[in-house]
Design a protein around this ligand. Structure first.
Ligand code: XIL
Length: 360
C-alpha cells in the first residue's frame, strides 16, 4: 500500500514525485455558503470542552475570508476549538508587505476573535522559505543587514502580539527532504545561525510565548527526522530558547506507524521539548469513498490517541476544519476532502473519531 506525506506539495514536487503522489494546482471548488447559525452543530458538548477536560489545546488554521464572512464558520470555530492559528495572514508577505510597512489588520482580527471567545492563539510563522514578499526574496543583503532585518521583523511582529500569542512557529521548514538546510534569504545572507538567532529574537520580544521549530516528515524515522533531531539537540545544548517541535502531519492514507510517532514524541520529551501536532489533515483521492473516509478517521483517531498518551503532546491543530476551506485541492491535484467536516460543516467519520478519542 502506498503511503505519502505532503508538506508543501507545490514546492517539494521532487519529494512528492519520489513518493508517487501527484502535485499540480487544482481548481478550488466554490460552494454556496450557509450563513445561518450552525444548524449542523456536532453535538451539545463541543470538541473544545472535551479537549479541555483532557488538558489538550485543540486548534485549527483559520481562513481569514471565512472568518469575516461566514457566521456558521465562526460559530463552529468558537464552540469546537480552543486554539486558532492564522493560515496565511501572519506570514511575511501578508504582515510585512513593504520594507517599511507592517500590516496587522488581518492578524489583529484573528487575535480579537480569540480574545472574545477565550481561545489561545498559535502564531505562524516568523521565518519560512515561502510566502516571502518580492522585496525580501530578491533583496541583496549583507550578513549584518540581514540580521538587523530579521531582528526588526521579529521584534515588531512578536512585540505587537506580546502576551496574546501562546505559541509561535518561529522557524518553519528550515530543512529540505534530505535533511540539508533549505535555501531561503536568511540562509543566503546569514548562514545556518539564522535559526538560533530567530529564537533568541522571539524570546526577547515575548519571553512568555512558547517557541517552536515546525516542519513535516519529522514524526518518523528517516534522514530528515534525524537531521531535525540533531538540529534541535544542538539548539537545546547551545542554550537557544526553544520550547517545542511542531509536527505538521499532512498525511495521505494509509500512512503512518503510530508506534514510531510515539517513539519520536518520547525522544523529544527526553530533550525537554513539547511536541505539538500543528497542521493535521488527511488528503483523500477524489471522489473519496466511504472506506477512505474511514481510513482518514482511523488516522485522525490514532494520531490523537498517540498524542494524548505522550508526556509532552498537549496541542493538536488541524490545518482547516472544513472541506469548504482547505488548501489541499489547490495544492494537490485530484485530492481533497482532507478535513473532518464537509462543505456544509457536517461532521465526517474523522470528526467522530476525534470525539471518541477525547471521550475515551
Ligand atoms: C499553506 C496555506 O494553507 C495555503 O493557503 C497557502 O497558499 C500556502 O501555504 N506548511 C505550512 C503552511 O507550514 O504554512 C502551509 O500553508 C501548508 C504547508
Amino acid at each position: 500500500m502506498r503511503a505519502c506525506r505532503i508538506g508543501v506539495p507545490l514546492w517539494v514536487v521532487a519529494a512528492i514525485v519520489a513518493t508517487g503522489c501527484s502535485s499540480s494546482p487544482g481548481v478550488r471548488r466554490s460552494v454556496a455558503h450557509n450563513t445561518s447559525t450552525t444548524s449542523n452543530a456536532p453535538g451539545a458538548a463541543g470538541l473544545r470542552l472535551l479537549a479541555e477536560r483532557r488538558g489538550l489545546l485543540l486548534g485549527t488554521a483559520v481562513n481569514d475570508d471565512a472568518l469575516q464572512r461566514e457566521v456558521d464558520y465562526r460559530d463552529t470555530l468558537a464552540t469546537q476549538f480552543s486554539m486558532v492559528e492564522p493560515e496565511n495572514v501572519m506570514k511575511w508577505d501578508a504582515i510585512h508587505p513593504a520594507p517599511d510597512r507592517f500590516d496587522f489588520t488581518a492578524g489583529d482580527r484573528l487575535v480579537a476573535f480569540a480574545r472574545e471567545h477565550d481561545m489561545a492563539v498559535r502564531g505562524h510563522t516568523l521565518v519560512w522559505k515561502n510566502a516571502n514578499p518580492e522585496w525580501l526574496e530578491r533583496g541583496r543583503f549583507t550578513r549584518a543587514q540581514a540580521i538587523t532585518l530579521l531582528r526588526d521583523h521579529i521584534y515588531e511582529v512578536v512585540g505587537h502580539y506580546r502576551g496574546e500569542i501562546a505559541q509561535w512557529d518561529v522557524v518553519n521548514e528550515a530543512l529540505d527532504d534530505a535533511g540539508h538546510y533549505a535555501d531561503n534569504p536568511w540562509l543566503r545572507a546569514i548562514g545556518p545561525d539564522y535559526v538560533p538567532m530567530a529564537f533568541r529574537f522571539a524570546h526577547d520580544a515575548d519571553p512568555h510565548a512558547e517557541l517552536y521549530y515546525n516542519d513535516y516528515d519529522i514524526g518518523y524515522p528517516g534522514r530528515k527526522a534525524a537531521a531535525i533531531l540533531a538540529l534541535v539537540t544542538a539548539l537545546k545544548h547551545g542554550g537557544t530558547p526553544i520550547d517545542g517541535i511542531g509536527m505538521q502531519f499532512h498525511l495521505i492514507p494509509p500512512a503512518v506507524d503510530l508506534r514510531r510517532i510515539a517513539e519520536q514524541m518520547r525522544t523529544f520529551a527526553d530533550l525537554g521539548l513539547s511536541y505539538a501536532i500543528t497542521e493535521f489533515d488527511v488528503p483523500l483521492k477524489l471522489p473519496a469513498t466511504g472506506s477512505e473516509q474511514q481510513m482518514q478517521a482511523d488516522l485522525a483517531g490514532g494520531v490523537l490517541r498517540t498524542c494524548l498518551a505522550a508526556p509532552n503532546c498537549r496541542t493538536f491543530n488541524l490545518w482547516g476544519f472544513t472541506d469548504r476551506h482547505s488548501w489541499v485541492p489547490q495544492h494537490l491535484a485530484g485530492y481533497g476532502a482532507a478535513t473532518p467536516m464537509d462543505m456544509h460543516l457536517r461532521p465526517k467519520p474523522a470528526w467522530q473519531a476525534l470525539r471518541s478519542e477525547l471521550t475515551a
